[in-house]
Design a protein around this ligand. Structure first.
Ligand SMILES: Cc1cc2nc3c(=O)[nH]c(=O)nc-3n(C[C@H](O)[C@H](O)[C@H](O)COP(=O)(O)OP(=O)(O)OC[C@H]3O[C@@H](n4cnc5c(N)ncnc54)[C@H](O)[C@@H]3O)c2cc1C
Length: 453
């Protein structure tokens, strides 16, 4: 099939997702026009005009192959990711994490993009969604207001969010089920796993919660608390019983072990159909991660819980992808419009880049007259796309990569560490087949020849 009349790709946003998407598209010989509003117009978090500036931490998390973030990086390396290549080149020594010199990292990405003969970088804010060409919108959690308004009009105001207040998620396998019971308030429906508290347990929990250390929110984030989204610790500070009458109220719940109504109840909601993850309902929080682990482990049943995601509250513009997107990152209402990055509800630097990688490949394929690809859910890249497009749209919140998102093995394997290594081996194998089958550009991995045992 021939090329579309307009054979170039427009990418809006020169962040982690936008730069990775541009890189992937030019690898197919596609011309790219990349719009970046900085340094003319800055976001409240960026400090420079460089492309792919890291706005906060300089860590890209684990680089160990048997950790979910490590697997995601390895998959990206094997797909010739620009972001991971630059991160590897800017890496600081030490530990199992990929931590980078942030200046060097952003400079490497900027140089690679700006010097590429097929890429034109335009330093302007885009205020309309272009109609006549293939477009990737990758403007991030701090998307410029005028464009946010256009996205809102396109998707509908109910499906665009301006902040996220997410509760922690725990690994289902680390819950002590004998301390909990299934049930819903007043309904005979086992929708929640309930962690009952005696008054003594509640008091200890409350005391720890009000004394725990919090993150200092950005000035532009403080406004969020007035929008009806109170962190659990703020609620607790309003009074000893505020939580017991609020999200922890025991009304309509009887503990079958005692036949009594508990003093308070923390409800856990399954986060996915496979029930590998549970969400602590109503526990949006600004506590530091280490404090969340310490304090929330005081909840009966969660004494040894492992946290797959910590809770937080921050400014974050993102769309309801389960409603709006295909797993190819195409907008359901317009096949030549793609979204990528944090705006799609993936969470984190590498996750954002990974979604840009897929959107870039798919936009290029579409321009070349080939059908866009859905990455296999056995891979971390595919699992992320599947999560954001099949999560419950009523409770959709951004998510980091974790093993609970990948297709599970078809047999039980213990211990968990071995199971994860087998999932990693399968992910890499499936990815290699996928690369070969669709003739995708193969980059060099760091864990070539790795074996799970
Ligand atoms: C305050 C804050 C702290 C964060 N800290 C971390 C962290 O420590 N670790 C982590 O893993 N993740 C963190 N994240 C989440 C996320 O990983 C980053 O925001 C990441 O940069 C998202 O990548 P992205 O490509 O989607 O967006 P970005 O990297 O933000 O890129 C979007 C780009 O689009 C540009 N842009 C916006 N609107 C327009 C427009 N209309 N026209 C042209 N250009 C436009 C912006 O200037 C920006 O360069 C943080 C997010 C925020 C808001």
């Amino acid at each position: 099939m021939g090329m579309k009349l307009k054979d170039s790709l427009t990418i809006i946003g020169g962040g982690l997702a936008g730069c990775e998407a541009a890189w992937q598209a030019v690898n197919f010989g596609i011309r790219v026009v990349l719009y970046e509003m900085r340094p003319k117009i800055m976001t409240p978090a960026h400090k420079t005009g460089k492309l792919s500036e890291l706005v906060c931490s300089n860590s890209l998390r684990s680089d160990l192959i048997d950790k979910p973030a490590g697997l995601l990086k390895e998959e990206m390396r094997r797909l010739d990711s620009l972001i991971i290549r630059c991160a590897d080149q800017a890496a600081l020594p030490g530990g199992g994490a990929l931590t980078v010199d942030r200046e060097k990292f952003a400079q490497l990405v900027t140089d690679a993009i700006e010097s590429h003969p097929l890429i034109e970088v335009v330093r302007e804010a885009v205020t309309e969604i272009p109609q006549e060409e293939t477009v990737i919108i990758a403007t991030g959690p701090l998307t410029h207001d005028a464009l946010t308004e256009k996205i809102r009009q396109l998707i509908g105001s109910d499906f665009l969010y301006f902040y996220d207040a997410v509760s922690p998620i725990v690994d289902a396998e680390t819950i002590e089920y004998d301390k909990c019971f299934w049930g819903s308030r007043y309904r005979d429906e086992p929708a929640y796993l309930n962690c009952p508290m005696t008054e003594d347990e509640y008091r200890k929990f409350w005391e720890a919660l009000i004394a725990a250390e919090q993150h200092e929110p950005h000035e532009f984030e403080k406004a969020i608390f007035f929008e009806g989204c109170l962190p659990v610790e703020e609620m607790a500070k309003r009074g000893y019983l505020t939580l017991a009458y609020g999200p922890l109220r025991p009304t309509g719940l009887i503990d079958p072990k005692t036949g009594q109504r508990p003093f308070a109840v923390v409800q856990l909601r399954p986060e996915n159909a496979e029930m590998t993850m549970f969400n602590l309902v109503g526990f949006q929080t600004t506590l530091k991660w280490s404090e969340q682990q310490r304090v929330f482990r005081l909840i009966p049943g969660l004494e040894n819980a492992e946290f797959l995601r910590y809770g937080y509250i921050h400014k974050n513009t993102y769309i309801n992808s389960p409603i709006a997107l295909h797993p190819t990152y195409q907008f359901k209402g317009r096949s030549d419009l793609f979204f990528a990055g944090q705006l799609t509800g993936v969470e984190g630097y590498i996750e954002s880049a990974a979604s840009g990688l897929v959107a870039g490949i798919n936009a290029a394929r579409l321009i070349l007259g080939e059908s866009p690809l859905q990455f296999p859910p056995e891979t971390a890249i595919g699992a992320l796309a599947r999560y954001i497009t099949t999560a419950d749209p009523k409770h959709f919140a951004p998510m980091n990569i974790n093993f609970g998102l990948l297709s599970q093995l078809d047999r039980k394997v213990k211990p968990k560490e071995l199971r994860h290594r087998l999932m990693v081996a399968r992910a890499l194998e499936v990815l290699e087949d996928f690369i070969a089958r669709y003739k995708l550009r193969r980059g060099k991995g760091k864990y070539e020849g790795w074996s799970p045992r």
